[in-house]
Design a protein around this ligand. Sequence first.
Ligand code: OGA
Ligand code: MN
Length: 192
Amino acid sequence: MLNEIAEQLKNTGYIVLRLPLPQALMQALPERCHDDGRFLPARVGRGENKQQITALRGDVISWLDEENVIDRAYLAWMDELRAGLNERLFLGLFDYECHYAIYQPGTAYAVHLDALKGKKNRIISTVLYLNQDWQSDDGGELLLYEPDNKDLLTTVVPEFGTMIIFLSEVFPHEVNLSRSTRRSITGWFRVN
Ligand code: OGA
Ligand code: MN
């Protein structure tokens, strides 16, 4: 699987995987993505410009916790992916940061890039979806666009176990309005 991921990242810049994670881990993750007070509104921008603009971005987030055994298992799996990509693509990925995200019905995330070119921090984005029984009219699709002409490249339904991996600086993307509670883990491999 690592070879396939590396190849496709090199050739097209993104890949959509069905159920890449071990089943036991996949079964354990959703219970960590329920709002028991750990979740805070996501913010847009950096530093002083950091603002909470619900119209642009409506999710609430909770960063993974090294102290939690389930979170640790996910972070360990992603760290193997990081090492495997470094071996194959010489990216020098240094670490991985990630958070759970919950989009309540009626929320979305407008078109954006995860990293600004030149800032060289977030290199590869990952999103793993945790939604059992997602219906076609639940919305909440991830739309990934061509960098140059903004043509739609792919539509990802946020179904349980699907993971997308894409180059953070390259692809504008957005989250369609969700009509159901939408759960995911979003993360970024970074360079130092
Ligand atoms: C993000 C993001 C996409 C998704 O959190 O930056 O683009 O499908 N998420 O949840
Ligand atoms: Mn994004």
